[in-house]
Write a protein that binds this ligand. Structure first.
Ligand SMILES: Cc1cc2nc3c(=O)[nH]c(=O)nc-3n(C[C@H](O)[C@H](O)[C@H](O)COP(=O)(O)OP(=O)(O)OC[C@H]3O[C@@H](n4cnc5c(N)ncnc54)[C@H](O)[C@@H]3O)c2cc1C
Length: 509
């Protein structure tokens, strides 16, 4: 194997996760080869929802202007019980948007993938090889050799690192012998997409909070006769998901008449066209190891999440944002390659927390016993009443990074950092850029690789000042993936960052 690798990174698989990885790495100036076995992106939607953090990553990757026109924001989640009563509301109507974007966004996956591919291939040092099927991997001391088949011939390429974004069946994961931890959830659901020329007809629902619009919510119908989900989409697109009941056959459920019957009940006189219907097994699975030497699993290759909060793909996008800034720091700043060993420590607890919440939600949604469903509904209504005022949105499911490239123990470390909207309408990242950012009360010392701002000079209606005050902090240092590295004095933060990255940094007063 050549000692000097041909590329910084080889990405295997160009679904949404591989494509965003290529955009982020390309923007950071790394050379990338992307190997994708199919001739074009998958033509049908799977994911439909993503959250504000993904919008911020699209800002970081420089693709927000491409993707935004094909997206719509909505107002959160509503779960309704067997008798049509509201049992859980995770809505965002009337709430502040601390991260600069609405919490919930809907999109059409083939459009998103097309935009990401167009953006990544605009970088001259990003090479996309379609029709290239990964076959083998061989790790050397300084590089990884990836073998792939294309045009009936075997080819090989070397890279400093490999990111396997090759989906749930991940041939790379299998080649590495990495097994999955089964988090005890497997339910069959029928997924139906339709283009709909009018509003969905909901049955009477009691207890819908004031201001909430059913057409703008993800509605989870926890009806033991047929648990179902109805979610909005961009434009005229709508998604339904119906649980298969015991003994129901996948092929019979996908038959056009059956699909028309199930979906038609929600669209009495509204013209609609069914785009597709397919059955899926919703799983909760996490790889035991996310890294083998220079090879990293990301996206569905590393984990699969039941889609009840629309987080499966979001996890994957967070994965590659985590890897991309670390790889760029090693390549450009001379950071210690060992920072990549924090990848699983940072990402695995996060993924497990959300899968845990999705599995717990899935268990109560999928309740088929009418008596138990009635007990569930009563318990959830009582719980909601007891928690009145402590409003929870899906954002609250995301835990802080506890261990990794963070100044553990400092207030706010590992949290996602806010993104205030500025007086001129821009968002904070548009002003600062996407790198390491130090926000301080007063002038901050200059340090290489860090953008510093005195919060009193930022026209953000005091949001940064309030954030610091709430944590009793003089300054905060934010990572390129928008997680808080830590809080403290500017100098202590600069020194702690240098130590965490294995850098020697000169600071000027
Ligand atoms: C019904 C359903 C609803 C969902 N809803 C949501 C949602 O609302 N929000 C959300 O965040 N997530 C959702 N998800 C999950 C989301 O769809 C996935 O997490 C996401 O598509 C995974 O992206 P990926 O890039 O990791 O993998 P994939 O999209 O599967 O891409 C993997 C790529 O690798 C390629 N590949 C495979 N083998 C090879 C090989 N040997 N060589 C080269 N290339 C290879 C494949 O061709 C493919 O292009 C949903 C999933 C389902 C099934």
């Amino acid at each position: 194997m050549a000692s000097s690798p041909e590329f910084d990174v080889a990405i295997i698989g160009c679904g949404p996760v591989g494509a965003l990885a290529a955009c982020l790495l390309g923007k950071a100036g790394l050379s990338v080869i992307v190997l994708e076995k199919e001739p074009s992106h998958y033509p049908l939607p799977r994911a439909v929802h993503l959250d504000h953090e993904m919008m911020r990553l699209f800002q970081s990757a420089g693709v927000i202007d491409r993707v935004l026109p094909d997206m719509v924001d909505t107002d959160g989640h509503l779960h309704i019980g067997a008798a049509g009563q509201t049992i859980r509301y995770m809505g965002t109507v009337g709430l502040a948007r601390p991260f600069g974007w609405s919490n919930d966004w809907f999109f059409y996956q083939p459009e998103l993938e097309a935009h990401l591919r167009a953006a990544m291939t605009a970088y001259p040092q990003v090479v996309l090889k379609l029709g290239a099927t990964f076959t083998a991997i061989d790790q050397g001391t300084d590089a990884v050799q990836v073998t792939y088949a294309r045009d009936d011939q075997d080819h090989a390429v070397t890279a400093r690192w490999v990111i396997a974004c090759d989906g749930s069946r991940s041939p790379v994961r299998k080649a590495l012998g990495i097994t999955l931890d089964d988090l005890d959830f497997e339910e069959p659901w029928l997924v139906v997409d339709a283009e709909v020329e009018g509003p969905v007809s909901f049955p009477p629902i009691s207890g819908v909070p004031a201001g909430a619009d059913l057409q703008r919510l993800s509605v989870m119908v926890c009806d033991p006769r047929r648990p179902a989900t109805v979610v909005p989409g961009r434009g005229n697109h709508r998604r339904w998901e119906f649980m298969l009941l015991p003994g129901e056959d996948d092929a019979a459920m996908m038959a056009p008449d059956k699909v028309r019957e199930l979906v038609g009940a929600w669209m009495r006189d509204v013209p609609h066209t069914i785009v597709r219907a397919a059955t899926y097994r919703f799983h909760g699975l996490v790889a035991h190891e996310w890294q083998a030497g220079r090879v990293f699993l990301a996206g569905d290759a590393a984990h699969q999440t039941p889609p009840f909060f629309g987080q499966g793909m979001c996890h994957g996008l967070r994965d590659v944002a985590n890897l991309a800034w670390k790889m760029a720091a090693i390549a450009h700043e001379g950071a210690d390659p060992a920072i990549l060993d924090t990848y699983q420590d940072e990402r695995d607890p996060h993924v497990r927390a959300v899968i845990g919440a999705a599995v717990a939600t899935g268990h109560y949604i999928c309740e088929l016993d009418p008596a138990k469903a009635a007990e569930r509904d009563a318990a959830m209504i009582a719980r909601a009443a007891a928690q009145a005022g402590a409003h929870q949105t899906a954002t609250d499911l995301i835990p802080a990074i506890g261990k990794g490239v963070v100044m553990a123990g400092s207030a706010g470390a590992g949290e996602r950092f806010i993104q205030p909207v500025l007086g001129d309408g821009r968002k904070l990242d548009d002003m600062t850029g996407q790198g390491w950012r130090l926000f301080a009360q007063g002038a901050a010392p200059v340090a290489e690789g860090i953008i510093a701002d005195d919060v009193s000079t930022v026209d953000d209606h005091g949001a940064l000042t309030q954030w610091l005050a709430a944590r009793g902090a003089e300054a905060v240092l934010v990572r390129p993936d928008h997680y808080v590295f830590g809080t403290g004095t500017p100098r202590a933060l600069i020194e702690a960052r240098a130590a965490a990255l294995g850098l020697i940094v000169e600071t000027a007063a």
